[in-house]
Write a protein that binds this ligand. Structure first.
Ligand SMILES: Nc1ncnc2c1ncn2[C@@H]1O[C@H](COP(=O)(O)OP(=O)(O)OP(=O)(O)O)[C@@H](O)[C@H]1O
Length: 516
């Protein structure tokens, strides 16, 4: 009955704005549609001002080289045509790449008929209580995360959107934690454009997002919270109250702030520094895929001795900083919590089970990590040396490609079997069928001593021969080079996977329609 027609088109420094409307198939516009047309004009000016604002801020698309010649497409909500639901940014081939949900209060739905492939949707709108005209509620102040006297400087602090008007007692706790003063240098959620999913863990999902005003890429972790689940909420409160106190450091992921809005999705959003090579588990998976494809020999690990030395130093230095400055024990050292960037920096993230030392005795069994040390499993007092044990296990996993207490077709029968192995079986070691240097073998052995008192301390390991052997600027350069190579391998892997998916789709299409 109705066709989509483009009514307006403007060119803006390489960006095109298309406004579509539904037009009767005889070409005429009904009175209703004429009103819609007028409405379109209003929407258009709204959209244009939004685009201008973005462009004036950073000219991001062109400068970043991310999107060239994009089309901004103001989609119309099919049910309520007068209400635009989203601004969709499309590539020339009509392939939507992202949505700025700037016009709607509800999360955007990629229902537009012009969308041929699934969109990445940013569920937050500029009406997310941030624009005075769009809401009666004023932005809540958030103590703790942004109103920090020391931890996060202005450059990194953000203000939060308004919190729920009526909070249950548990969410009120959350509100307390996420309260902060508004700040001129804030990162606002509506300034973020979601770019793609990075990964998902037990607690939530992490996506890559672009902070438009300064063209900075950030990682956005979304953690759904059950309204009445006080355990989870308290854990998050604890996590965030710890993270907010940590100042930027070369081996710690920088925290940019957190958001919570019960009305929208009942989820917490944590913004942090993005690491462009991802986590060690991700790099290991990419390596394994290359081995499977036969393009890399299984004998040739990507994690050579230099790399292990640099990773170990970064982890130990980060742990040392957390403990010395804040009395924090990380408690969850594992490959997915160690991030790398192409500048050659190692960063610790995820303080989900971290806590101040003073609380550690009361809450020893947080998490189900298989990197847990024997003393932790046995319920003994947990000290920072537990993280040293985890580092030892992680190194063995990186160089062998297998988790040391469960690989080689020797998978434990469940968590209890694994826990008893950690406690009762001999300490994990580097495999004997491969040659490792004396320094490397000694380093790992010192990490994996079961008796916590005999295990090396962080300080001892920071001065270990394995670390000293590679502590020169030329080795730093080599490591940076390695990181860059890894980044390009990750890209290549993505491309191969995408091509394989496309081929599979095409083959399926051909088998479904053999005549075509
Ligand atoms: N700041 C970041 N920069 C780049 N990638 C990240 C960042 N934070 C997390 N990731 C990626 O997202 C993935 C998911 O992270 P998340 O913290 O949700 O879970 P996890 O650490 O894998 O598991 P768990 O929830 O059990 O701790 C990680 O494995 C990592 O690859």
């Amino acid at each position: 009955m109705f066709q989509r027609k483009t009514l307006q088109r403007r060119n803006l420094k390489g960006l095109n704005l298309n406004l579509h409307t539904d037009v009767a198939s005889n070409g005429s516009l009904s009175q209703e549609k004429i009103e819609d047309h007028q409405e379109h004009s209003r929407i258009e000016s709204h959209v244009m001002s939004h685009i201008n604002a973005i462009q004036n801020k950073s000219n991001l698309f062109l400068r970043r080289g991310i999107k060239k010649n994009l089309t901004l497409d103001a989609c119309m909500d099919e049910q309520a045509i007068s209400k635009p639901s989203a601004v969709v940014i499309q590539q020339p081939q009509n392939e939507p790449v992202l949505i700025l949900s700037s016009l709607s209060q509800s999360p955007c739905v990629s229902s537009s008929s012009s969308l041929s492939t699934p969109c990445i949707i940013d569920a937050y709108s500029s009406n997310f209580g941030l624009s005075p005209s769009s809401t009666n509620s004023t932005p809540s102040t958030v103590q703790g995360l942004s109103n920090m006297t020391t931890p996060i400087d202005n450059e990194h602090s953000i203000s939060l959107p308004p919190l729920a008007e009526s909070l249950s007692p548990t969410t009120a706790n959350l509100q307390d934690t996420l309260s902060a003063t508004s700040n001129d240098n804030n990162i606002q959620l509506q300034d973020l454009v979601q770019l793609g999913k990075i990964g998902a863990g037990n607690s939530g999902t992490v996506v890559k997002a672009l902070h438009v005003p300064d063209s900075k890429i950030v990682a956005k972790k979304t953690i759904p919270v059950e309204q009445n689940n006080s355990t989870i909420i308290n854990q998050l409160v604890r996590e965030l109250s710890i993270v907010k106190n940590v100042k930027p450091h070369e081996n710690i992921i920088t925290f940019y702030g957190a958001y919570y809005n019960q009305h929208i999705n009942n989820e917490i959003i944590i913004l942090m520094e993005y690491s462009d090579c991802g986590s060690l588990d991700k790099i290991l998976s990419v390596y394994k895929r290359f081995v499977q494809r036969g393009s890399v020999s299984k004998k040739k690990t990507w994690f050579n001795e230099l790399t292990i030395s640099k990773i170990s130093y970064g982890v130990l230095n980060g742990l040392d900083h957390l403990y010395r400055q804040y009395k924090i024990i990380h408690r969850d050292i594992k490959p997915s919590n160690v991030l790398i960037n192409s500048k050659g920096q190692i960063k610790l993230c995820d303080f989900g089970v971290s806590k101040k030392l003073i609380n550690s005795i009361a809450d020893t069994f947080v998490g189900t990590s298989t990197y847990m040390s024997p003393e932790r499993i046995q319920g003994n007092v947990y000290s920072i040396k537990g993280d040293v044990w985890s580092l030892g296990l992680m190194i063995i996993e990186l160089v062998t490609g297998e988790f040391p207490l469960g690989g080689h077709n020797d998978t434990p029968d469940g968590i209890l079997d694994l826990l008893q192995r950690i406690v009762n079986e001999p300490s994990p070691r580097l495999p004997k069928d491969r040659v490792f240097s004396r320094e490397m073998t000694d380093f790992v052995n010192r990490c994996c001593i079961k008796n916590e008192r005999e295990r090396s301390s962080i300080n001892e390991l920071l001065h270990h021969d394995l670390i000293m052997k590679y502590a020169s600027p030329s080795k730093d350069d080599k490591f940076r080079h390695w990181c860059k190579k890894i980044k390009s391998k990750i890209k290549e892997d993505k491309r191969i996977k995408r091509d394989a998916l496309d081929r599979a789709k095409l083959e399926k299409k051909q088998s479904d329609n053999p005549t075509h």
